[in-house]
Design a protein. Structure first.
Length: 368
């Protein structure tokens, strides 16, 4: 789709998982043993034929740059268009405060594109979304803005936006972080918008010192613009906190979730790393777990996700955990519902126990 420009904002919602974003963008958060959160947004773009994509980070984006490189894995290493990492905009108040300020910082990049339409996405959603039917509906309906949403349960601890439409399908109202229960229309932070209109809105928000797409555009313009929704009915998990990260990670152990997220016709691409296959010792016991390349397991793991290079020594027991790259678990350890960042060493005989609701997090390079 040469007439579509993709924009991915990489640092939105960093505050929801401050433990995981202390030294990286939300888009750089490792997920599912071998992926990063940005892989889903980027793959959704390239699988939909959108090859001109700009990434907009704000801070701590070295790991993001290392991961995406020149975009080759997503077929975005091109002479014309392709993948662009756009330097963060820092105004009088520092790095951008919201999506509209982020877009203002790359306004000239957007103007220079020949695209007629812009697809804007954050990197907080684990989903495999074909954007082609979204764009088709957007064009056929004559909408100014089309919002992708999911019918989902809302809990009070979740931070999200609930959308309400009238009988004609136009946006009627929007509740931000609603104290609602039951199934609602949850906005997935993916929007399709006409490029000329986007430029007008960027200029208007800048002149009024407004920075939020939800507050300054959707809420204020819902009665003026033709804002419509597109219902995504596939599997989706929106990252809203550490507990939710654990839930989304362990959900990958369900066959139906993996089938929805990783269909053969729409793969999720990631940076290729050549590593040896996982190695299992004579004492290894593995059940309902995801073990990736380079792991060494000689202990017992259950309902656990192991990232590349993780080691579980003999007589160690690990249950309900997410252990990132090169985590080392010594002999006789007992871990339950724990999240470790990269290069964590857990010494022999250590016992750590959390719960599904309150998983403890061990920072990168920690030695216990």
């Amino acid at each position: 789709m040469r007439d579509i420009l993709g924009i991915i904002v990489c640092n939105m919602h960093d505050d929801l998982v401050p433990q995981l974003t202390a030294n990286r963008t939300l888009g750089s958060i490792p997920f599912g043993g071998r992926y990063r959160m940005i892989d889903f947004a980027l793959s959704n773009m390239t699988n939909s034929g959108i090859y001109d994509v700009g990434l907009v980070p704000s801070k701590n984006y070295q790991s993001l740059m290392n991961h995406v490189g020149n975009g080759q894995e997503w077929d975005m290493s091109r002479k014309n268009g392709g993948l662009s990492i756009l330097p963060p905009y820092a105004g009088e108040r520092g790095v951008y405060r919201g999506r509209m300020e982020a877009l203002y910082g790359i306004r000239e990049f957007i103007k220079a594109s020949d695209a007629k339409t812009v697809a804007i996405s954050d990197s907080d959603v684990v989903a495999n979304i074909d954007l082609r039917p979204v764009i088709k509906q957007h064009e056929e309906s004559g909408a100014d803005i089309t919002l992708v949403y999911k019918r989902s349960e809302v809990f009070r601890e979740k931070k999200c936006a609930a959308l309400f439409f009238n009988e004609c399908g136009k946006l009627l109202d929007l509740y931000l972080n609603p104290e609602l229960e039951g199934t609602q229309n949850i906005y997935l932070d993916i929007a399709i918008i006409k490029k000329p209109l986007l430029d007008e809105l960027i200029a208007e928000c800048a002149s009024k010192n407004e920075h939020s797409f939800v507050n300054s555009v959707l809420m204020q313009k819902k009665g003026v613009l033709n804002i419509r929704g597109y219902l995504f009915d596939g599997y989706c998990n929106k990252l809203t906190g550490l507990r939710n990260y654990l839930d989304a990670s362990l959900a990958l152990l369900q066959p139906e979730v993996r089938k929805s997220l990783f269909p053969a016709e729409r793969p999720i691409y990631t940076r290729v790393r050549d590593q040896v296959s996982a190695k299992y010792g004579e004492n290894a016991k593995v059940s309902e777990s995801l073990v990736t390349d380079g792991c060494h397991v000689d202990g017992e793991i259950e309902k656990t996700v192991l990232f590349r290079g993780a080691t579980i020594e003999k007589d160690a027991k690990v249950k309900g955990c997410v252990l990132m790259h090169n985590t080392f678990v010594g002999e006789g350890c007992d871990l339950q519902w724990v999240i470790t960042d990269k290069n964590v060493v857990i010494a022999t005989g250590t016992h750590l126990a959390g719960s599904e609701k309150y998983p403890p997090y061990i920072p990168k390079d920690t030695v216990l």
